[in-house]
Design a protein around this ligand. Structure first.
Ligand SMILES: Nc1ncnc2c1ncn2[C@@H]1O[C@H](COP(=O)(O)OP(=O)(O)OP(=O)(O)O)[C@@H](O)[C@H]1O
Ligand SMILES: [Mg+2]
Length: 317
């Protein structure tokens, strides 16, 4: 890990994920026996870990509480070889935490998210990153506050930075500026695209070019088990997902982003890169882990050659 195919600076969410799986059907208002496990999540953190495993040199800028969760997350980043020089500590908030309470069959009974700490990732923290934001590749997620995302897009417009952004969720995509000029690559699902465009019924054929018309240079619009659509100056292409046995869908979108970015750094075209992304996503839904510890380009290439379907041209642009 570490000395390979290029460098990406990741900025955004880092959280502790706790999963509690009930042994019997959950009864509210009383104590329920569970099996519990802790892992690390957050979109930017997951993308950073996946890319580090694919040989990209990665740094993560996020914000942690001064608590046991924050220390454990930081130790884990160091173990993974991810640069932690720009990790900030909050005086006010606890490390972000996501708690999932699952029924015995794995269905989500209750999810709890404490993400207040990210409001503290102000534009002032971006200034610390300084020369790292003048050239090269940056990935950011919409866990960042709107003013910080706006500042980052402004910086990308002024410098020769390739900025990739993930929408994260339908409420958080609204934090992006209306003018997406400066966004090199936008990753989002169809619901997030419709929310951003304010068009709840819009088809995917229309949505991707509309996002390009807003100024995003390349768009990767994901469609769950139906795969994704990529749009750039040469047109719109649909790429099918790789059929997968779902074990735990957590982290599919993050793996897709990481593998796509890593493949672009290696010199692949957007279409080829996104195809490798679908392989990473399929491998991730087939694993209980939200980031596969065995991820490698060799595994992605093999998965594609054995399991991929065709790519379709949607329309000339
Ligand atoms: N059931 C599945 N089988 C195979 N591949 C899948 C499945 N679900 C998702 N994927 C792959 O993962 C990619 C991203 O998934 P999706 O569109 O669900 O993203 P998302 O809604 O942003 O999810 P996330 O919560 O992971 O961010 C898809 O383009 C597809 O390639
Ligand atoms: Mg997503």
């Amino acid at each position: 890990m570490g000395t390979g195919i290029g460098r990406v600076f990741c900025i955004g969410g880092a959280a502790v994920d706790r999963k509690y799986r009930a042994l019997d059907a959950i009864r509210p208002g009383t104590s329920n026996p569970v099996l519990s496990e802790r892992s690390f999540g957050g979109v930017a953190r997951n993308v950073a870990e996946n890319m580090a495993r694919l040989g990209v040199t990665v740094s993560l800028a996020s914000i942690l509480g001064k608590d046991e969760n924050g220390r454990a997350l930081l130790d884990d980043l160091e173990r993974l070889g991810i640069g932690t020089q720009f990790m900030a500590l909050s005086d006010e908030h606890a490390t972000a935490e996501y708690v999932a309470v699952l029924q015995p069959d794995g269905e989500l009974a209750l999810g709890l998210a404490n993400m207040a700490i990210f409001d503290g990732f102000t534009p002032a923290l971006l200034r610390n990153l300084d020369t790292h934001l003048q050239t090269g590749w940056v990935f950011a997620d919409c866990n960042l506050p709107a003013e910080t995302l706006h500042a980052l897009v402004d910086i990308a417009r002024q410098h020769s930075l390739t900025l990739a952004i993930d929408a994260v969720s339908t409420p958080k995509v609204a934090r992006l500026p209306r003018d997406l000029t400066g966004v090199g690559l936008l990753f989002l699902n169809l619901d997030e695209a419709r929310a951003y465009l304010g068009e709840p019924e819009m088809s995917l054929e229309e949505a991707a070019p509309r996002l390009r018309a807003c100024g995003a240079q390349h768009v990767v619009l994901t469609l769950g088990e139906a795969g994704l659509v990529v749009a750039d100056g040469t047109g719109v292409r649909q790429i099918g997902a790789i059929g997968a046995e779902i074990v735990d869908a957590t982290g599919a979108g993050d793996a897709l982003i990481a593998a796509t970015l890593a493949a672009l750094l290696k010199g692949h075209s957007l279409t080829e890169a996104a195809r490798l992304g679908t392989a990473a996503a399929a491998l991730t839904v087939e694993s209980t882990a939200s980031v596969r510890p065995d991820l490698s380009f060799a595994l992605l290439e093999t998965t594609l050659s054995l399991r991929a379907g065709p790519t379709f041209e949607r329309e000339p642009s």
